[in-house]
Design a protein around this ligand. Structure first.
Ligand code: HEC
Ligand code: HEC
Length: 366
Protein backbone atom coordinates (compact mmCIF):
# COMPACT_ATOMS: atom_id res chain seq x y z
CA UNK A 1 0.00 0.00 0.00
CA UNK A 2 3.07 2.19 0.06
CA UNK A 3 2.41 3.61 -3.37
CA UNK A 4 -0.96 4.82 -2.25
CA UNK A 5 0.78 6.72 0.50
CA UNK A 6 3.29 8.11 -1.98
CA UNK A 7 0.43 9.26 -4.11
CA UNK A 8 -1.24 11.08 -1.26
CA UNK A 9 2.01 12.70 -0.31
CA UNK A 10 2.67 13.94 -3.80
CA UNK A 11 -0.76 15.46 -3.49
CA UNK A 12 -0.09 16.88 -0.04
CA UNK A 13 3.07 18.63 -1.13
CA UNK A 14 0.85 21.62 -1.71
CA UNK A 15 1.04 24.34 -4.28
CA UNK A 16 3.96 26.11 -2.62
CA UNK A 17 6.43 25.52 -5.44
CA UNK A 18 4.26 27.49 -7.82
CA UNK A 19 6.75 30.37 -7.67
CA UNK A 20 8.66 29.57 -10.82
CA UNK A 21 5.65 28.95 -13.03
CA UNK A 22 6.32 31.84 -15.39
CA UNK A 23 9.40 30.47 -17.18
CA UNK A 24 9.50 30.72 -20.98
CA UNK A 25 7.93 27.81 -22.82
CA UNK A 26 11.04 26.90 -24.86
CA UNK A 27 13.60 25.78 -22.28
CA UNK A 28 12.16 23.36 -19.75
CA UNK A 29 12.42 24.54 -16.15
CA UNK A 30 15.39 23.01 -14.39
CA UNK A 31 15.07 21.40 -10.96
CA UNK A 32 17.45 23.85 -9.30
CA UNK A 33 15.39 26.80 -10.61
CA UNK A 34 12.28 25.57 -8.88
CA UNK A 35 13.43 23.70 -5.77
CA UNK A 36 15.45 25.05 -2.87
CA UNK A 37 18.04 22.43 -2.02
CA UNK A 38 19.13 20.48 -5.09
CA UNK A 39 22.71 19.30 -4.82
CA UNK A 40 23.19 16.23 -7.02
CA UNK A 41 20.18 16.11 -9.36
CA UNK A 42 21.02 19.43 -11.01
CA UNK A 43 20.64 20.25 -14.68
CA UNK A 44 17.58 18.10 -15.27
CA UNK A 45 14.08 19.36 -16.05
CA UNK A 46 11.57 19.56 -13.21
CA UNK A 47 9.41 16.74 -14.58
CA UNK A 48 12.43 14.43 -14.73
CA UNK A 49 13.39 15.45 -11.18
CA UNK A 50 9.93 14.41 -9.98
CA UNK A 51 10.36 11.12 -11.89
CA UNK A 52 13.59 10.45 -9.98
CA UNK A 53 11.59 10.75 -6.74
CA UNK A 54 9.21 8.13 -8.14
CA UNK A 55 12.16 5.87 -8.98
CA UNK A 56 13.64 6.31 -5.49
CA UNK A 57 10.34 5.42 -3.85
CA UNK A 58 9.70 2.41 -6.08
CA UNK A 59 13.27 1.09 -5.94
CA UNK A 60 13.45 1.33 -2.16
CA UNK A 61 9.82 0.47 -1.36
CA UNK A 62 9.58 3.78 0.44
CA UNK A 63 7.08 6.60 0.64
CA UNK A 64 8.10 10.20 0.09
CA UNK A 65 8.05 10.90 3.81
CA UNK A 66 10.59 8.14 4.52
CA UNK A 67 13.22 10.52 3.17
CA UNK A 68 11.38 13.78 3.67
CA UNK A 69 10.62 14.19 7.36
CA UNK A 70 7.42 15.92 6.57
CA UNK A 71 4.64 14.40 8.57
CA UNK A 72 2.83 17.70 8.67
CA UNK A 73 3.03 17.65 4.86
CA UNK A 74 4.50 21.13 4.60
CA UNK A 75 6.17 21.43 1.24
CA UNK A 76 9.00 23.60 2.65
CA UNK A 77 10.17 20.63 4.66
CA UNK A 78 11.04 18.74 1.49
CA UNK A 79 14.11 20.95 1.18
CA UNK A 80 15.35 19.97 4.66
CA UNK A 81 18.17 17.47 5.03
CA UNK A 82 17.16 16.11 8.43
CA UNK A 83 16.54 12.56 7.23
CA UNK A 84 19.66 10.32 7.13
CA UNK A 85 17.94 8.38 4.34
CA UNK A 86 17.75 11.49 2.20
CA UNK A 87 21.43 12.20 2.73
CA UNK A 88 22.23 8.55 1.97
CA UNK A 89 20.17 8.76 -1.23
CA UNK A 90 22.35 11.65 -2.42
CA UNK A 91 25.50 9.61 -1.80
CA UNK A 92 23.92 6.68 -3.62
CA UNK A 93 23.19 8.83 -6.69
CA UNK A 94 26.87 9.75 -6.80
CA UNK A 95 27.90 6.13 -6.21
CA UNK A 96 25.72 4.84 -9.04
CA UNK A 97 26.99 7.53 -11.43
CA UNK A 98 30.55 6.50 -10.58
CA UNK A 99 29.85 2.76 -11.01
CA UNK A 100 28.41 3.35 -14.45
CA UNK A 101 31.17 5.72 -15.45
CA UNK A 102 34.04 3.56 -14.24
CA UNK A 103 32.74 0.21 -15.44
CA UNK A 104 30.17 0.64 -18.19
CA UNK A 105 31.42 3.54 -20.25
CA UNK A 106 28.86 5.83 -18.66
CA UNK A 107 25.92 3.70 -19.87
CA UNK A 108 23.11 3.37 -17.38
CA UNK A 109 23.64 -0.32 -16.59
CA UNK A 110 23.25 -0.04 -12.80
CA UNK A 111 20.32 1.83 -11.25
CA UNK A 112 18.78 2.05 -7.79
CA UNK A 113 16.54 -0.87 -8.74
CA UNK A 114 19.50 -3.13 -9.65
CA UNK A 115 20.45 -3.57 -6.00
CA UNK A 116 17.43 -2.48 -4.02
CA UNK A 117 14.57 -4.19 -5.88
CA UNK A 118 11.87 -2.65 -3.74
CA UNK A 119 13.59 -2.74 -0.35
CA UNK A 120 15.81 -0.44 1.69
CA UNK A 121 18.17 -3.31 2.39
CA UNK A 122 19.71 -5.05 -0.67
CA UNK A 123 20.14 -8.78 -0.18
CA UNK A 124 23.58 -10.26 0.23
CA UNK A 125 22.98 -13.98 -0.24
CA UNK A 126 21.03 -15.79 -3.00
CA UNK A 127 17.64 -16.79 -1.61
CA UNK A 128 16.95 -20.46 -2.25
CA UNK A 129 13.18 -20.04 -2.46
CA UNK A 130 13.38 -17.44 -5.22
CA UNK A 131 16.25 -19.27 -6.91
CA UNK A 132 13.96 -22.20 -7.72
CA UNK A 133 10.84 -20.16 -8.27
CA UNK A 134 12.01 -17.19 -10.23
CA UNK A 135 9.28 -15.01 -11.71
CA UNK A 136 9.70 -14.06 -15.37
CA UNK A 137 10.95 -10.52 -15.75
CA UNK A 138 11.25 -9.35 -19.32
CA UNK A 139 14.05 -7.00 -20.31
CA UNK A 140 13.07 -3.47 -21.34
CA UNK A 141 14.87 -4.02 -24.63
CA UNK A 142 13.15 -6.62 -26.80
CA UNK A 143 15.62 -8.66 -28.85
CA UNK A 144 14.38 -9.22 -32.44
CA UNK A 145 13.11 -12.79 -32.88
CA UNK A 146 14.20 -14.72 -35.97
CA UNK A 147 11.27 -15.89 -38.08
CA UNK A 148 8.76 -13.55 -36.45
CA UNK A 149 6.13 -11.85 -38.60
CA UNK A 150 7.13 -8.37 -39.79
CA UNK A 151 6.11 -5.21 -37.94
CA UNK A 152 4.06 -4.23 -41.00
CA UNK A 153 2.13 -7.51 -40.90
CA UNK A 154 1.24 -7.06 -37.23
CA UNK A 155 0.28 -3.40 -37.63
CA UNK A 156 -1.76 -4.12 -40.79
CA UNK A 157 -3.65 -6.86 -38.95
CA UNK A 158 -4.37 -4.40 -36.14
CA UNK A 159 -5.65 -1.71 -38.54
CA UNK A 160 -7.86 -4.35 -40.13
CA UNK A 161 -9.15 -5.47 -36.72
CA UNK A 162 -10.22 -1.95 -35.75
CA UNK A 163 -12.20 -1.25 -38.89
CA UNK A 164 -9.66 -0.91 -41.70
CA UNK A 165 -7.47 1.91 -43.01
CA UNK A 166 -10.26 3.78 -44.75
CA UNK A 167 -12.55 3.96 -41.73
CA UNK A 168 -9.59 4.92 -39.53
CA UNK A 169 -8.60 7.70 -41.92
CA UNK A 170 -12.16 9.01 -41.64
CA UNK A 171 -11.79 9.42 -37.88
CA UNK A 172 -10.64 13.00 -37.33
CA UNK A 173 -11.67 13.64 -33.72
CA UNK A 174 -13.56 12.21 -30.81
CA UNK A 175 -14.77 13.10 -27.35
CA UNK A 176 -15.43 10.62 -24.58
CA UNK A 177 -17.01 10.56 -21.16
CA UNK A 178 -16.68 8.02 -18.41
CA UNK A 179 -15.23 7.40 -15.00
CA UNK A 180 -11.89 6.61 -13.48
CA UNK A 181 -11.03 4.78 -10.30
CA UNK A 182 -7.61 5.50 -8.84
CA UNK A 183 -5.41 3.54 -6.52
CA UNK A 184 -5.83 3.48 -2.73
CA UNK A 185 -7.54 6.57 -1.34
CA UNK A 186 -8.56 7.62 -4.86
CA UNK A 187 -10.74 4.53 -5.00
CA UNK A 188 -14.14 6.04 -5.75
CA UNK A 189 -15.16 6.62 -9.40
CA UNK A 190 -14.59 10.17 -10.61
CA UNK A 191 -15.92 11.68 -13.84
CA UNK A 192 -13.54 11.72 -16.81
CA UNK A 193 -13.53 13.61 -20.11
CA UNK A 194 -11.32 12.88 -23.11
CA UNK A 195 -10.79 15.13 -26.13
CA UNK A 196 -8.78 13.98 -29.12
CA UNK A 197 -8.11 15.46 -32.52
CA UNK A 198 -6.17 13.89 -35.40
CA UNK A 199 -3.36 13.49 -35.96
CA UNK A 200 -2.08 13.82 -32.39
CA UNK A 201 -3.79 16.19 -29.97
CA UNK A 202 -5.25 14.72 -26.82
CA UNK A 203 -6.42 15.87 -23.41
CA UNK A 204 -7.74 13.80 -20.57
CA UNK A 205 -9.35 15.37 -17.51
CA UNK A 206 -10.20 13.61 -14.26
CA UNK A 207 -12.51 15.62 -12.01
CA UNK A 208 -11.12 14.71 -8.59
CA UNK A 209 -12.47 15.86 -5.24
CA UNK A 210 -9.62 18.35 -4.95
CA UNK A 211 -9.92 19.73 -8.47
CA UNK A 212 -9.16 18.71 -12.04
CA UNK A 213 -6.25 16.47 -12.89
CA UNK A 214 -5.37 17.14 -16.53
CA UNK A 215 -2.93 15.64 -19.00
CA UNK A 216 -2.78 17.61 -22.25
CA UNK A 217 -0.80 17.35 -25.47
CA UNK A 218 -1.31 20.02 -28.12
CA UNK A 219 0.70 18.34 -30.88
CA UNK A 220 3.99 19.90 -29.73
CA UNK A 221 4.00 20.51 -25.97
CA UNK A 222 2.51 18.51 -23.12
CA UNK A 223 1.58 19.15 -19.52
CA UNK A 224 0.34 17.40 -16.41
CA UNK A 225 -1.67 19.66 -14.14
CA UNK A 226 -3.00 18.38 -10.84
CA UNK A 227 -4.23 19.89 -7.61
CA UNK A 228 -2.00 19.93 -4.52
CA UNK A 229 1.24 19.16 -6.34
CA UNK A 230 4.66 20.74 -5.83
CA UNK A 231 4.48 22.07 -9.36
CA UNK A 232 0.82 22.69 -10.24
CA UNK A 233 1.39 22.63 -14.01
CA UNK A 234 4.29 20.37 -14.90
CA UNK A 235 5.60 20.92 -18.42
CA UNK A 236 6.72 17.60 -19.88
CA UNK A 237 10.08 17.06 -21.52
CA UNK A 238 12.17 14.26 -23.00
CA UNK A 239 10.72 10.77 -22.81
CA UNK A 240 7.67 11.89 -20.82
CA UNK A 241 6.77 14.26 -23.65
CA UNK A 242 7.31 11.52 -26.23
CA UNK A 243 5.08 9.34 -24.05
CA UNK A 244 2.06 11.65 -24.13
CA UNK A 245 2.64 12.15 -27.86
CA UNK A 246 2.49 8.38 -28.30
CA UNK A 247 -0.77 8.20 -26.33
CA UNK A 248 -2.16 10.86 -28.67
CA UNK A 249 -0.84 9.12 -31.80
CA UNK A 250 -2.37 5.83 -30.71
CA UNK A 251 -5.77 7.53 -30.42
CA UNK A 252 -5.69 7.73 -34.24
CA UNK A 253 -4.11 4.45 -35.30
CA UNK A 254 -4.28 5.28 -39.04
CA UNK A 255 -0.78 6.74 -38.48
CA UNK A 256 0.51 4.06 -36.14
CA UNK A 257 3.35 2.96 -38.40
CA UNK A 258 5.02 6.37 -38.13
CA UNK A 259 4.19 6.91 -34.44
CA UNK A 260 7.51 5.22 -33.61
CA UNK A 261 10.58 4.27 -35.59
CA UNK A 262 13.05 1.33 -35.70
CA UNK A 263 10.28 -1.24 -35.18
CA UNK A 264 11.44 -4.68 -34.08
CA UNK A 265 9.39 -7.81 -33.38
CA UNK A 266 10.19 -10.04 -30.41
CA UNK A 267 9.11 -13.54 -29.46
CA UNK A 268 5.40 -13.90 -28.69
CA UNK A 269 4.47 -13.45 -25.02
CA UNK A 270 1.39 -14.19 -22.91
CA UNK A 271 -1.00 -11.66 -21.36
CA UNK A 272 -4.05 -12.91 -19.44
CA UNK A 273 -3.50 -16.44 -20.81
CA UNK A 274 -3.60 -15.23 -24.40
CA UNK A 275 -0.72 -15.18 -26.85
CA UNK A 276 0.39 -11.71 -27.92
CA UNK A 277 2.76 -10.40 -30.59
CA UNK A 278 5.42 -8.13 -29.14
CA UNK A 279 6.49 -5.09 -31.12
CA UNK A 280 8.94 -2.48 -29.91
CA UNK A 281 9.71 0.92 -31.37
CA UNK A 282 11.74 3.99 -30.51
CA UNK A 283 10.74 7.63 -30.31
CA UNK A 284 12.77 10.33 -32.08
CA UNK A 285 14.51 11.28 -28.82
CA UNK A 286 15.36 7.66 -28.01
CA UNK A 287 12.41 6.82 -25.75
CA UNK A 288 11.22 3.24 -25.85
CA UNK A 289 7.75 1.70 -26.19
CA UNK A 290 6.58 -1.89 -26.43
CA UNK A 291 3.20 -2.73 -27.98
CA UNK A 292 1.41 -6.03 -27.43
CA UNK A 293 -1.17 -7.25 -29.95
CA UNK A 294 -3.50 -10.21 -29.38
CA UNK A 295 -2.25 -12.88 -31.81
CA UNK A 296 -5.75 -14.00 -32.69
CA UNK A 297 -7.86 -10.83 -32.78
CA UNK A 298 -5.00 -8.52 -33.77
CA UNK A 299 -6.16 -5.91 -31.23
CA UNK A 300 -3.74 -3.78 -29.19
CA UNK A 301 -3.96 -4.99 -25.59
CA UNK A 302 -0.99 -3.32 -23.90
CA UNK A 303 1.52 -0.51 -24.32
CA UNK A 304 4.51 -0.15 -22.02
CA UNK A 305 6.37 3.07 -22.60
CA UNK A 306 9.53 4.19 -20.88
CA UNK A 307 11.07 7.56 -20.28
CA UNK A 308 14.64 8.01 -19.18
CA UNK A 309 15.75 9.58 -15.93
CA UNK A 310 19.21 10.00 -14.45
CA UNK A 311 18.49 7.20 -11.96
CA UNK A 312 16.80 4.72 -14.29
CA UNK A 313 13.96 4.32 -16.80
CA UNK A 314 10.44 4.99 -15.56
CA UNK A 315 7.77 2.72 -17.03
CA UNK A 316 4.12 3.53 -17.78
CA UNK A 317 1.82 0.68 -18.76
CA UNK A 318 -1.55 1.03 -20.44
CA UNK A 319 -3.83 -2.00 -20.77
CA UNK A 320 -6.68 -1.77 -23.26
CA UNK A 321 -9.84 -3.88 -23.33
CA UNK A 322 -13.56 -3.90 -24.08
CA UNK A 323 -13.22 -2.79 -27.73
CA UNK A 324 -16.54 -1.50 -29.06
CA UNK A 325 -17.74 -0.15 -32.35
CA UNK A 326 -17.96 3.66 -32.74
CA UNK A 327 -19.12 4.71 -36.22
CA UNK A 328 -17.37 1.73 -37.84
CA UNK A 329 -14.09 1.89 -35.91
CA UNK A 330 -13.26 -0.15 -32.84
CA UNK A 331 -12.14 1.68 -29.70
CA UNK A 332 -11.19 0.39 -26.25
CA UNK A 333 -13.85 1.38 -23.70
CA UNK A 334 -11.70 0.29 -20.79
CA UNK A 335 -8.07 1.06 -20.14
CA UNK A 336 -5.84 1.00 -17.11
CA UNK A 337 -2.81 3.23 -16.72
CA UNK A 338 -0.16 2.04 -14.26
CA UNK A 339 2.95 4.04 -13.40
CA UNK A 340 5.42 4.29 -10.52
CA UNK A 341 3.20 6.56 -8.42
CA UNK A 342 -0.26 5.19 -9.09
CA UNK A 343 -2.86 3.44 -11.14
CA UNK A 344 -6.05 4.61 -12.84
CA UNK A 345 -8.84 2.41 -14.20
CA UNK A 346 -10.77 4.21 -16.91
CA UNK A 347 -14.18 3.10 -18.10
CA UNK A 348 -15.85 5.00 -20.92
CA UNK A 349 -19.60 5.26 -21.14
CA UNK A 350 -19.95 7.44 -24.22
CA UNK A 351 -17.70 8.11 -27.23
CA UNK A 352 -18.66 10.52 -30.01
CA UNK A 353 -16.65 10.48 -33.23
CA UNK A 354 -15.94 13.41 -35.57
CA UNK A 355 -17.23 16.23 -33.43
CA UNK A 356 -15.78 19.77 -33.42
CA UNK A 357 -13.45 20.45 -30.46
CA UNK A 358 -12.32 23.87 -29.28
CA UNK A 359 -8.51 24.25 -29.69
CA UNK A 360 -8.34 25.59 -26.13
CA UNK A 361 -9.04 22.07 -24.86
CA UNK A 362 -5.49 21.06 -25.87
CA UNK A 363 -3.71 24.15 -24.57
CA UNK A 364 -1.62 24.47 -21.40
CA UNK A 365 -4.00 23.78 -18.49
CA UNK A 366 -4.59 26.67 -16.08
C1 HEC B 1 15.21 7.54 -0.93
C2 HEC B 1 15.00 8.90 -0.48
C3 HEC B 1 13.93 9.75 -1.17
C4 HEC B 1 12.62 9.44 -1.39
C5 HEC B 1 11.91 8.15 -1.09
C6 HEC B 1 12.03 10.62 -1.96
N1 HEC B 1 12.95 11.61 -2.06
FE1 HEC B 1 12.59 13.54 -2.64
N2 HEC B 1 14.56 13.98 -2.40
C7 HEC B 1 15.54 13.07 -2.05
C8 HEC B 1 16.84 13.70 -2.18
C9 HEC B 1 18.18 13.04 -1.94
C10 HEC B 1 16.61 15.02 -2.61
C11 HEC B 1 17.67 16.08 -2.91
C12 HEC B 1 18.25 15.83 -4.29
C13 HEC B 1 19.49 16.65 -4.57
O1 HEC B 1 20.07 17.20 -3.65
O2 HEC B 1 19.86 16.73 -5.76
C14 HEC B 1 15.15 15.18 -2.71
C15 HEC B 1 14.51 16.35 -3.05
C16 HEC B 1 13.14 16.49 -3.23
C17 HEC B 1 12.46 17.72 -3.52
C18 HEC B 1 13.09 19.09 -3.67
C19 HEC B 1 12.97 19.86 -2.36
C20 HEC B 1 13.69 21.19 -2.40
O3 HEC B 1 13.03 22.24 -2.43
O4 HEC B 1 14.94 21.18 -2.43
C21 HEC B 1 11.14 17.42 -3.66
C22 HEC B 1 10.01 18.39 -3.98
C23 HEC B 1 11.00 16.02 -3.42
N3 HEC B 1 12.24 15.48 -3.14
C24 HEC B 1 9.80 15.35 -3.50
C25 HEC B 1 9.67 13.98 -3.27
C26 HEC B 1 8.43 13.27 -3.45
C27 HEC B 1 7.12 13.88 -3.88
C28 HEC B 1 8.68 11.96 -3.14
C29 HEC B 1 7.72 10.79 -3.19
C30 HEC B 1 7.19 10.51 -4.52
C31 HEC B 1 10.08 11.88 -2.76
N4 HEC B 1 10.64 13.11 -2.88
C32 HEC B 1 10.69 10.71 -2.36
C33 HEC B 1 15.33 11.79 -1.59
C34 HEC B 1 14.14 11.12 -1.60
C1 HEC C 1 25.46 -1.43 -5.84
C2 HEC C 1 24.28 -1.66 -5.05
C3 HEC C 1 23.45 -0.42 -4.73
C4 HEC C 1 22.91 0.49 -5.61
C5 HEC C 1 23.03 0.50 -7.11
C6 HEC C 1 22.17 1.41 -4.81
N1 HEC C 1 22.24 1.10 -3.50
FE1 HEC C 1 21.39 2.11 -1.96
N2 HEC C 1 22.20 0.81 -0.65
C7 HEC C 1 22.97 -0.28 -0.98
C8 HEC C 1 23.39 -0.95 0.23
C9 HEC C 1 24.25 -2.21 0.30
C10 HEC C 1 22.83 -0.22 1.31
C11 HEC C 1 22.97 -0.49 2.78
C12 HEC C 1 21.78 -1.29 3.22
C13 HEC C 1 21.83 -1.64 4.70
O1 HEC C 1 22.48 -0.93 5.44
O2 HEC C 1 21.17 -2.59 5.03
C14 HEC C 1 22.07 0.86 0.72
C15 HEC C 1 21.36 1.79 1.45
C16 HEC C 1 20.60 2.80 0.91
C17 HEC C 1 19.81 3.74 1.67
C18 HEC C 1 19.64 3.74 3.19
C19 HEC C 1 18.46 2.87 3.52
C20 HEC C 1 18.07 2.93 4.98
O3 HEC C 1 16.96 2.44 5.28
O4 HEC C 1 18.83 3.47 5.77
C21 HEC C 1 19.22 4.59 0.79
C22 HEC C 1 18.26 5.73 1.10
C23 HEC C 1 19.65 4.19 -0.54
N3 HEC C 1 20.49 3.10 -0.42
C24 HEC C 1 19.27 4.79 -1.69
C25 HEC C 1 19.70 4.43 -2.96
C26 HEC C 1 19.34 5.14 -4.16
C27 HEC C 1 18.44 6.35 -4.22
C28 HEC C 1 19.96 4.50 -5.19
C29 HEC C 1 19.97 4.89 -6.66
C30 HEC C 1 20.47 6.22 -6.93
C31 HEC C 1 20.71 3.38 -4.62
N4 HEC C 1 20.51 3.37 -3.27
C32 HEC C 1 21.46 2.49 -5.36
C33 HEC C 1 23.32 -0.68 -2.25
C34 HEC C 1 23.01 -0.02 -3.40
Amino acid sequence: MKFAIIFVFVALLVAGFSIAQTAPAQRPQMAEDVFKNVQVLKGIPVDEFMSTMGVFSAALGMSCEDCHASNDSKWENYALDTSPKKRMARRMVQMVTAINKDNFGGHQMVTCWTCHRGTDHPKITPDLATLYNRPDEADDLIPPAPGAPSADQILDKYIQAIGGAQRQAGLTSFTAKGTSVGYGPEGTPRPVEIYAKAPNQRTIIIHTQNGDSTTAYDGRAGWIAAPLRPVPVLELSGGALEGVKLDADLSFPAHIKTALGKWRVGFPATINDREVQVLQGSGPGGSLATLYFDSESGLLVRVVRYSDSVVGRTPTQIDYSDYRDVDGVKMPFRFTVTWLDGKENFELTEVRANVPIDAAKFARPR
